[in-house]
Design a binder for this molecule. Structure first.
Ligand code: HEM
Length: 142
């Protein structure tokens, strides 16, 4: 994540001139062994019941959005993801063979083939609910 220094400054001993390009190493931050246990392991459960520091997990920037440049859409994004993640977890799908390697030279980065899924379907038990459910209520919608 990059920005230009708006004036000459010294930050944590580093001198920067006005106009210098400053890059925040998000990959380094997200894989910092001082912050995260087993940082290279995909483990969403690591966040359960844990309060994460404001400037530790920074997918949408760090600092305070009211006084800095942290993402102004973070609250709405998180609200959407909280709802969407539950819906997506109710799907079964197939992940065909593809290139899921990630280039660290591309900004923003992403798996080379994106993330292709096929044969998307509701889990069997959810399909039961769609056809009326045990008490004939609660149809899930897609
Ligand atoms: C997954 C979704 C999103 C991600 C990963 C994301 C990430 C970011 C990042 C990294 C920044 C730069 C922070 C910085 O420079 O310190 C940013 C800024 C910003 N984002 Fe987002 N964002 C997302 C969604 C949104 C949405 C939905 C909105 C609006 C509804 C939004 C509005 C903004 C605005 C206005 C800024 C500029 C803030 C400023 O410079 O003061 N973002 N976002």
């Amino acid at each position: 994540m990059g920005a230009f220094a708006v004036k000459d400054l010294t930050w944590q001993g580093e001198q920067m001139s006005e106009g210098a390009l400053v890059l925040l190493d998000l990959y380094g931050q997200n894989h910092d062994g001082e912050l995260w246990e087993r940082p290279y392991v995909f483990d969403p459960g690591r966040f359960v019941g844990v309060s994460v520091g404001r400037d530790d997990l920074v997918p949408q920037g760090g600092g305070d959005p009211h006084t800095g440049h942290r993402c102004a859409g973070e609250a709405v994004t998180m609200a959407i993801l909280r709802t969407l993640a539950v819906q997506l977890a109710q799907l079964d799908y197939t992940v065909p063979r593809q290139d899921l390697t990630i280039s660290l030279r591309r900004v923003p980065t992403r798996p080379r083939s994106g993330f292709i899924i096929s044969d998307v379907r509701l889990r069997a038990e959810r399909a039961d609910l769609r056809s009326g459910g045990p008490k004939g209520q609660g149809a899930a919608s897609r």
